[in-house]
Design a protein around this ligand. Structure first.
Ligand SMILES: Cc1cc2nc3c(=O)[nH]c(=O)nc-3n(C[C@H](O)[C@H](O)[C@H](O)COP(=O)(O)OP(=O)(O)OC[C@H]3O[C@@H](n4cnc5c(N)ncnc54)[C@H](O)[C@@H]3O)c2cc1C
Length: 257
């Protein structure tokens, strides 16, 4: 089985994240770029699955030129090849265009199983894997906490408020995984050196037959972007014996009780 993991570079999760008020896009220069942690877990999950049978793992990203180092991290972890979709017309791509582009690239490479994170750290859309499954007309197992496969099926568990659902789908399929998956391995020196020689296919919109200006497909357009107002200081309650009454008054005044 051929597995592809969808990976995204994001601004450092622990650093300051900023939106450029000029472009409305993530200010990629504001903090160090890293491979999103959930995508690292997805690569780890795919590599673990690959170890159980005759499977291969590739990584795929739709990202600007600057993201090559992050994509290579997936190769250094153990993926065999990468697909990088990069085209100036993709600047500011919304979820709809991103899903179309990735679906076309997945179709082109004929992958059996697509593994994605459930939610990216920066965009926070949380719908891309479902949109890709829709484009590909494939089943989608969402929010998985475990991942297994046979030659013809993929399965996993999804935790719910009331219990655990065990899900199975016929291949080809799309799955998204949660942070319940184990931490990703650190690439070792051998892996980092090997990654430099692994194939990375570069694709443009023309290669995929996608027209970013085609508005017969739903596309969202950003109409305005504004900085959040700074948070106001809260009220400090000093307990002089009346703290409980003060708290109750506060909650009542704000219609919280
Ligand atoms: C030139 C260029 C500039 C871009 N600039 C920005 C930007 O400024 N800010 C921004 O947020 N995005 C940017 N993108 C990426 C793209 O627009 C977003 O990734 C897309 O809208 C997905 O939104 P999300 O992260 O909320 O998806 P979610 O639905 O939250 O993502 C869920 C999962 O889908 C997969 N996934 C998400 N995005 C990608 C991707 N691009 N490639 C591969 N797998 C993916 C990952 O596995 C992720 O965990 C840019 C892309 C290009 C080519």
């Amino acid at each position: 089985m051929r597995i592809v993991v969808l990976v995204k570079e994001v601004p450092d999760t622990f650093g300051e994240r900023k939106i450029s008020l000029e472009t409305g896009l993530a200010d990629r220069a504001a903090s160090d770029p890293v491979l999103d942690e959930i995508c690292e877990r997805a690569v780890e999950a795919a590599l673990a699955l690959a170890g159980t049978g005759d499977h291969t793992v590739d990584v795929m990203s739709m990202a600007p030129e600057s993201a090559v180092a992050s994509i290579r991290k997936g190769l250094a972890m153990g993926a065999e090849a990468a697909v990088h979709i990069n085209d100036p017309a993709l600047l500011g791509a919304d979820l709809s265009l991103t899903a179309e582009v990735l679906a076309k690239a997945i179709e082109r490479e004929n992958y059996d199983l697509v593994v994605a994170g459930n939610l990216s750290t920066d965009g926070n859309g949380g719908v891309l894997p479902a949109m890709i499954a829709e484009w590909l007309d494939r089943p989608h197992l969402t929010q998985l906490t475990t991942l297994e496969a046979t030659d013809s099926t993929v399965s996993g568990a999804r935790a719910s408020d009331d219990g655990v659902l065990n899900l199975t789908a016929e291949l080809p399929a799309v799955v998204s995984i949660t942070e319940s998956f184990p931490d990703a391995r650190f690439p070792n020196f051998k892996g980092i050196m090997a990654a430099k020689k692994k194939p990375m296919t570069q694709l443009t919109l023309a290669d995929l037959g996608v027209n970013a200006e085609d508005f017969s497909v739903p596309r969202s357009i950003m109409t305005q972007v504004a900085e959040c107002p700074p948070r106001e200081a809260g009220i400090k309650v000093t307990d002089d014996g009346s703290a409980a009454a003060q708290l109750a008054d506060y909650l009542a005044q704000n219609k919280l009780i």
